[in-house]
Design a protein around this ligand. Structure first.
Ligand SMILES: Cc1cc2nc3c(=O)[nH]c(=O)nc-3n(C[C@H](O)[C@H](O)[C@H](O)COP(=O)(O)O)c2cc1C
Length: 257
């Protein structure tokens, strides 16, 4: 199944080095329009753009902040004499899907025009600064950021799980130990073959009792991801508080509320 769109998608990789060239307004508008044409539940998103290269990660020329946005919904519903009654958690789930589909359409559109990009996932934890910087009204929550520009590197595409670890027909798989190990091996040998973590010179440090036994010869993706989600951000409170500060009411109503 070979066509230019599938080839573009299969060759895409995150880009973390950019040339000095700034994408034109026409290119930016084309990418955003293509993003907008993604399927939507309710267009529950907004897009913030910064071209302040000095402050953009990886010195990319463009930084998009992709937000879940219930504010605009409230504005036009008020014109129709309606108020939102749907719970904000469900609207948030829909908004995350709307925003993510739009963002990935942008990534592919950008790729097709010779641009590269990279998402930045710590955005919700920097929401207070972003709200202030862009003067966001209540109902707008910064979800994820996307840097974009013309690539100054051409890394190989990164590995993915084997298909039988992802696609289950009729019934979810009960994984055999070999299947789990096989999926881990595909990922780990793939990243090791690219010397990925040695090139970025980064291993997530171990916290607590565990002793470091890995080097860049065997530290790879499954260890990296395990260290991330086995150590970081256990508390829900900070994130919920940040969402509520953005006007999303996602905790159950208690007496006295
Ligand atoms: C939601 C999300 C958050 C991400 N956050 C970061 C990030 O903070 N820094 C970064 O360099 N890459 C980030 N990435 C890029 C991933 O590391 C990258 O997509 C993944 O390793 C697969 O590599 P590939 O995109 O080159 O195929 C993020 C990607 C997504 C989808």
């Amino acid at each position: 199944m070979d066509n230019p769109i599938i080839q573009t998608m299969l060759n895409r990789k995150s880009i973390r080095r950019y040339t000095d060239q700034s994408p034109s307004d026409e290119v930016i508008e084309s990418v955003v329009r293509a993003g907008q044409q993604a399927p939507f539940a309710s267009q529950l998103y907004s897009l913030l753009l910064s071209r302040d290269r000095e402050s953009i990660p990886y010195e990319a020329p463009l930084l998009f902040t992709i937000c879940v946005d219930m504010h605009k919904l409230q504005l036009f519903m008020a014109k129709r004499n309606w108020k939102v009654v749907t719970n904000h958690l469900f609207l948030l789930l829909l908004g995350i899907q709307d925003a993510s589909l739009m963002a990935e359409n942008m990534v592919i559109a950008a790729e097709s025009l010779g641009l590269g990009s990279c998402f930045l996932g710590d955005t919700p934890y920097r929401s207070k600064k972003i709200v202030k910087e862009y003067e966001l009204p209540k109902g707008v929550f910064p979800l994820v950021q996307l840097v974009m520009g013309y690539p100054a590197e051409d890394p190989p595409p990164r590995p993915r799980y084997p298909l039988d670890f992802v696609l289950f027909e009729d019934k979810y798989s009960s994984f055999s130990p070999e299947q789990i190990e096989d999926a881990m091996r595909v990922m780990d040998t793939g990243y090791l073959a690219q010397d990925y973590y040695r090139n970025v010179n980064y291993m997530i440090p171990l916290e607590g009792e565990r002793e470091e036994t890995f080097t860049f010869d065997d530290y790879s993706w499954t260890e990296h991801i395990s260290r991330k989600w086995g150590q970081w951000l256990p508390s829900l409170d900070d994130l919920v508080q940040r969402m509520e500060a953005c006007g999303l009411k996602i905790t159950p109503t208690r007496e006295n509320d």
